[in-house]
Structure formats: C-alpha cells, structure tokens
Design a protein around this ligand. Sequence first.
Ligand code: DGY
Length: 329
Amino acid sequence: MVKPYVYVTRKLPDIIISRLRKRYEVEIWPEEEIPVPRKLLLEKVKTADALISVISDKLDEELFSHATQLRVAANMAVGYDNIDLAAASRHQIAVCNTPDVLTDTTADLTFALLLATARRMIEAADFVKQNQWKSWSPMQLVGVDVHHKTIGIVGMGKIGTAVAKRAAGFDMDIIYHNRSRHEVAEEMLGARYCTFDELLEQADFVICLAPLTEQTKGLFQREHFQKMKKDAIFINASRGPIINERALLEALQAGEIAAAGLDVFEQEPIAANHPLLALDNIVALPHIGSATKETRLAMMEVCCDNLDAIFDGRPPKTLVNKDLLSFRS
Ligand code: DGY
C-alpha cells in the first residue's frame, strides 16, 4: 500500500520522525533556524497528503490551490493566524493546532517574563557577566514588587487563566478583559472583569494574551499606553501585530509606561537594530512561550495524532476549521 506523503516544514527530533515514518512517507525541510523557502513549499504541497507546519509558514489561498492532494495541515502551535482558514475549508483541507499541551508552559514563560521585567533580571545578569558589579549598593538595579500588585490580563483564555492562577500565588489582584466573562476565573481566583479602558487604568502589569484576529490586530495603540499608569509594565506573550510597536516604542521613550517584556514582535525575528532593542527597559525574548522539551514534544505528538486521525478516517481532536464536516477519503 502506498504510504501517505507528509511534508514537514522544519527539522523535528528523531523520535518524532521515527513515529511518522512507521506510517507515512516523510520528507523534512532539514533546517532548524531557516524557514523553508516559499517556492519550495509551494512545490512540495503539490504532492503532499499532509503538512506539518510552523507559525512562520504562510498557508494561504495560493498555497492551498497548489495542494490538490492535501488533506490536513497540522500547525505546531495553538495560534493559527498564519493560516487562511476559509481558504483551507474551501479546499476541504483540515487545519489542526496544538492547544492545551502548551498552556502551563506558556503561562510559566509569561509570568517569568513579568518577573524578569519587573525585577530587571536580564539587565542584572548582564551587569554581573560584564564585570560591572563592584559592591552591594542600596539602590543598585532596584526593580518593582510583583506580589500584591494588580495584574490586568487581556485575553482570558486557557493561557490567560493559567497566568491568573500563578498571579493568585503572588497575592495579586486579578482583573481581566475578554470577549466573554470567565465565571470560573471569577469564582476560583477572584478575577474581576473590566472594560479594556478600566483595565489599562488600573493594572500595574498589563498582560496581552489575546489571539491575533482581525478584531485584535493593532489593539494597543499609543492612546492605550497613555491610559496606563506611568509605572505600568506591559507584557506581550501572544502575537506581535496586536501591538502597534511604534506606539509602544514612543510610549517607552516618553516615559508613559515603565517597561515592557516582549516574547513576540510585529516582524519575527525582530531586526537586531530595531530601536526597541536599544532601550534598557525592554526584555526581549525570541518567541519561546512554549519552548520546553516536554511541551514541544507534546505539541509534535499532537500533530502526529491529528494526522493519524485523518488517515484513519476519524475526526482529529484539535480540528480548527470545524465547518469542515467531511474529509476526502
Ligand atoms: C503558539 O503555540 O501559538 C506559539 O506562539 C508558538 O509556540
């Protein structure tokens, strides 16, 4: 029997490739750091039955129209803003993501980023490594407290709720803004629903965890940073384009907010000479929210499970375009 052909757009560990090879004909873009060139990807999808993709791959109408055999695109991320879902559905291609398995890991990173920014940990670590530490000094590298402050979470989904749990452990007041009320977080964690503006005005830490959609693109503009407290710290662990980065830069330069911790950027990777990176009050990370060995392997296993479901004729567990009711056999 001819095995279905799977194209994998980024190097994956051997253990995952071995699993895939048992059932599929597998071809892998061999690079870890360099994305598969668009032209090559368009060529590969012409004969692929399945695709394992990552967030830097743009899966759009052009790509899907080349993919005459493709039955599933398993995206190794919870976010799927790199995929035109309507186009996938038009072409009867199932799109799957990797929710749940990365919730706690991403919440850990988000909270770590908050702590690192508030306590100036990267700056302090560099200070030691660069041999600048000459003596203990009362006001040297002082940050701000996190415990007992107010955290404002924009986007109270699974990761937002997991961040709120961590905040409760730090005795923080938790406020949130979301499309809908989150009764469990309100009851269990004492989280209080606010309008967007109320949250901006009241939070000491504003945490962006909303998904990138047409509605959230450019959600944070200059006026929103101006509404925040002057000593507020802004954290983004969701998607860069939710923020107008120039507005954030200007707000930081003008002292309208105190600092920012960013795991995501409008353009990734961010250019090394980007003016944001020149600021002392920025902690910048290379989109590592879900980057632990355990979680990345779990995400890859979810992708494999979804492929297996499709080729067994079962509905995949984490199908995103749920309008797709029947799969091509
Ligand atoms: C996600 O899962 O959406 C992350 O941003 C990529 O790890």
